[in-house]
Design a protein around this ligand. Structure first.
Ligand SMILES: Nc1ncnc2c1ncn2[C@@H]1O[C@H](COP(=O)(O)OP(=O)(O)OP(=O)(O)O)[C@@H](O)[C@H]1O
Ligand SMILES: [Mg+2]
Length: 238
């Protein structure tokens, strides 16, 4: 493929990424380069290493071998404190079960990352309310997570992940717990916002219809990127 986006300096890249848990080799040498603004679907069987790859890319896990670079800086060797600061500043996260804080309202959940980043309470509340509005949740701000539908709760989780304008959004089965209609609403809302904001997205999914929203798909099998994957970043057209 001679896709011009693949020629740009990657926002995230891995070189020979390896990670084991005891005797389990979860990643066995992954090379991947992701361009700014790309939406990449990560697919593959259960246990193949998708979440491990996502966690290594996001600096949650450190690899045993190889490295991860973000904006040209090797982040995989940084101490946890620096990786944690980077995650707060540059990355957003959404998981299968939104993991909203159960005792806080939808609005307060979206406010939290801003407060952690040092924004004052009044502007944080204002920005959080704007994000709820963008996700069609303007009238749900005072609801607790248990008072929301699954799809609404996931949209709150996406708003919370995007409120800080992260460079990269990591989404691990973000619609995995939803029926197809609610899942599509969450995805459509999420991708509308990331496309507008130029956010790069790593989207782990089992569902080919979800993956179809992405610019390209990579397939993880037994801890490696499957050789024939669509949009290979190097050597594919050599
Ligand atoms: N913290 C951990 N401790 C021990 N083994 C782990 C740990 N995390 C992952 N593994 C193992 O590493 C392998 C890859 O796991 P991973 O969670 O990356 O798979 P996955 O592709 O995300 O699967 P799923 O689709 O089921 O979420 C599996 O064999 C898993 O059991
Ligand atoms: Mg997983």
């Amino acid at each position: 493929m001679s896709d011009a986006t693949n020629r740009r300096t990657p926002v995230l890249a891995t070189r020979d990424l390896q990670k084991s848990f005891g005797l389990t080799e979860a990643l066995r040498g992954v090379d991947l380069a992701i361009s700014p603004g790309e939406v990449v679907a990560v697919m593959g069987p259960s246990g193949s290493g998708k979440s491990t790859l996502l966690h290594c890319l996001a600096g949650v896990l450190t690899p045993d071998q190889g490295e991860v670079t973000f904006d040209g800086q090797v982040i995989s060797a940084l101490p946890e404190r620096d990786r944690s600061r980077l995650r707060l500043k540059a990355f957003g996260f959404v998981f299968q079960f939104g993991q909203l804080l159960p005792d806080l309202s939808a609005l307060d959940n979206v406010t939290i990352p801003l407060l952690l980043g040092g924004t004052k309470r009044a502007p944080a509340l204002k920005q959080a309310a704007e994000w709820l509005d963008r996700f069609g949740l303007a009238d749900k701000g005072d609801k607790l997570p248990t008072q929301l539908s699954g799809g609404e709760a996931q949209r709150v989780a996406v708003a919370r992940a995007l409120v800080t304008h992260p460079a990269v959004l990591f989404a691990d089965e973000p619609t995995g717990s939803l029926d197809s209609l609610a899942g599509e609403q969450v995805l459509a809302a999420m991708l509308g916002e990331v496309r507008e904001g130029g956010t790069t997205v790593i989207l782990v999914t089992h569902d080919p219809r979800t993956a179809a929203y992405a610019d390209r798909e990579v397939i993880v099998r037994d801890g490696r990127l499957s050789p024939g994957y669509r949009g290979a970043d190097q050597g594919a057209d050599a």
